[in-house]
Design a protein around this ligand. Structure first.
Ligand code: SP5
Ligand code: ZN
Length: 336
């Protein structure tokens, strides 16, 4: 399968994250991408599609913030990575805020997603990698893999979080839609709910979003991904959330997957953007499903049987030593 990765994505390298009240090593580390890259052969570098497809998904004020945040943090004489300490919550509205601390809170929803010196470059090239894979599909490839990192599915139109800054899958899906390749469906099979992707498309009826994930009653991102979130306005009925309990094994997972695939098929999708997280793996250090390495090929093959042109966008997966093998196994389920 044709795959894409850009070495500039490695420039994003936060030092640590705030987790359970303490600093811990950053789980979304650059070695994740190196491990996958080395397991899938030699991915091709990204093409540069510029800012327009990113601006089609993300607000201009958010992009200006993200680009300049680390420099502003340094200008305020801070060390290491930029991170928020206060959030507007119910007071969130478009204010023109000056202080870097006010802006960090305005544009983030958690404290585990720092902005490091190379974050903009890494996120930019991760998005370009997604666009390059999507473009290969538009050009006739049955399936293409984008080794995106940093991941994207927790990032909304104007916020970061969950190790995500630019929503690679949303950018790819919107690009496919704009190119007339639709109807486009997004299927998210990361362990965590793709809250950013849902927020971006939930009021739209022209892009379908389905997600299978850990029940937000027990797992991050808690406030999104409940089964009663089914879309709003023009998008009523075009969001599907299937929360699963901790400990979910392959049989129950495949049953949920069949439900999601049937809905995508019934809706009439002609192109699939797949947010793939390998953090459903039994050995994942921050997640709690029980999918085994060999199961990933079964899941991949089941999705491939939908028969749609598919751009596969890498999301999470934190068992670094097993990651490349799990991803390679997943991709092996698809035809070239
Ligand atoms: C893309 C994706 O999978 N994002 C997941 C974000 C989950 N964040 C909440 C859990 C944070 C766990 N931090 C563990 C730190 C270990 N050093
Ligand atoms: Zn995840």
């Amino acid at each position: 399968m044709i795959s894409f990765f850009d070495e500039r994505q490695l420039r994003h390298a936060p030092l640590r994250e705030l987790h359970n009240g303490a600093w811990t090593p950053y789980a979304e580390c650059a070695d994740r991408a190196r491990n996958i890259r080395d397991a899938i052969g030699t991915p091709a570098p990204a093409r540069d599609f510029g800012m327009a497809p990113i601006e089609a998904v993300h607000d201009a004020d958010y992009l200006a913030f993200l680009k300049g945040a680390h420099a502003a943090w340094r200008a305020a004489l801070r060390e290491d990575d930029a991170i928020a300490y206060t959030w507007p919550v119910v007071r969130r509205r478009k204010l023109s805020l000056e202080r870097i601390d006010a802006r960090l809170g305005q544009y983030s929803f958690d404290a585990s997603t720092p902005i490091a010196e190379g974050t903009w470059d890494g996120a930019y090239w991760s998005a370009q990698t997604a666009l390059t894979a999507l473009d290969a599909v538009l050009a006739g490839a049955r399936t293409a893999f984008a080794l995106c990192r940093p991941p994207g599915h927790h990032a909304g139109a104007d916020y970061l979080g969950g190790y995500c800054y630019l929503n690679n899958a949303a950018i790819a899906a919107q690009h496919a839609h704009a190119a007339g390749a639709g109807p486009v469906a997004i299927l998210d099979v990361d362990y965590h709910h793709g809250n950013g992707t849902q927020d971006i498309f939930e009021a739209r009826g022209d892009i379908f979003f389905a997600s299978i994930h850990a029940d937000p009653v027990t797992d991050y991102p808690f406030y999104w991904g409940h089964a009663d979130e089914t879309g709003s306005g023009d998008g009523a009925g075009t969001t599907l959330n299937i929360p699963m309990p901790r400990g979910t094994r392959i049989d129950a997972y495949l049953a949920a997957l069949d439900t999601a695939l049937a809905r995508i098929n019934d809706w009439g999708a002609r192109l699939l953007v797949l947010s793939f997280g390998a953090d459903t793996f039994s050995g994942d250090p921050i997640s709690h499903f029980a999918i085994e390495t060999e199961d990933f090929a079964t899941i991949g093959a089941r999705i491939a049987a939908l028969g749609l042109p598919t751009a596969i966008i890498m999301e999470g997966g934190y068992a670094v030593g097993d990651l490349g093998g799990n991803v390679a196994r997943f991709l092996s389920g698809f035809p070239d």
